[in-house]
Design a protein around this ligand. Structure first.
Ligand code: ZN
Length: 265
């Protein structure tokens, strides 16, 4: 195939669109089979025909025609059609804020030229859940999504056994000491560490691995508070830098977080 042949990439989610000049853009797409694609779009904002219905917008799952890069430049988006909007047809502001946080996280975790269907499923699942949730549920969903991102990245500690001695913790529960590498059973746990019930740990494990947002609500708020704090400090190591949208999440969802007894994301 000649290097200038236009390829159809589908599906792909539009993670970000950066305006360039009056009509052009640089779009960041995430395709499950191809990973992250940064592509130049010429006259995207003036050509409604090639980019039907303003398809090249964040949250759209699209079918995109991409011309490969020449001479070290970016590939070019020749056209795009939207197949779905991850948040649904009319998201609230809080849903947009939560969803933007997940799009940015996906943009940092996906790699160019690196297939990552598990991360793609993660993005579709948790962004979709944000699009169906009311504002009070969004902090819990984001906490679960962060744990899910750790799992996809292979960095989530096992939630069914002690990281130190390997003992099963499903029945008794466990502590998750700060700075440790995972859960600690009663025999291994440092004095005074807060205790997490086994049922909560099982529900979190199921929600995160099974990408099942419906399990999130059954977990006690104090458990979420601790687990999400630990997850966030680990997620730090997986990300390339702080998330720009983190402040908007803290500002917008703080009221809901406080009501649920959680630390703000
Ligand atoms: Zn132990």
């Amino acid at each position: 195939m000649p290097s200038t042949a236009v390829e159809v990439i589908a599906p792909a989610v539009v993670l970000r669109v950066q305006p360039v000049g009056d009509a052009d853009v640089v779009a960041v797409l995430f395709c499950p089979e191809r990973g992250r694609i940064d592509a130049f779009g010429r006259a995207v904002r003036s050509s409604r025909k090639r980019f039907e219905g303003a398809a090249l917008q964040p949250f759209n799952e699209v079918e995109a025609s991409i011309q490969p890069a020449r001479k070290g430049g970016l590939p070019t988006v020749r056209g795009a059609a939207a197949r779905a909007h991850l948040l649904g047809p009319s998201p609230t502001y809080a849903q947009l804020v939560a969803g933007s946080y997940l799009l940015e996280m996906a943009g940092q975790l996906c790699q160019p030229g690196h297939a990552d269907p598990a991360l793609y499923l993660w993005l579709i699942t948790w962004t979709g859940a944000c699009g169906r949730a009311d504002a009070a549920a969004l902090p819990l969903l984001l906490a679960a999504a962060e744990l899910g991102a750790l799992w996809v990245a292979g960095m989530l500690p096992e939630l069914d056994r002690c990281a130190r001695c390997g003992a099963a913790v499903a029945a008794q529960g466990a502590a998750w000491p700060a700075g440790g590498d995972g859960l600690a059973c009663r025999a291994c746990c440092p004095p005074g560490a807060p205790w997490l019930p086994g049922a909560d740990l099982r529900a979190i494990d199921d929600a995160v691995r099974g990408a099942d947002p419906d399990r999130v609500a059954s977990v006690a708020a104090p458990t979420w508070a601790l687990v999400s704090e630990r997850a966030r400090s680990q997620l730090h190591h997986a990300l390339r830098g702080p998330l720009r949208t983190g402040q908007a999440v803290a500002d917008t969802l703080r009221g809901a977080s406080a009501a649920a007894g959680l630390a703000a994301p």
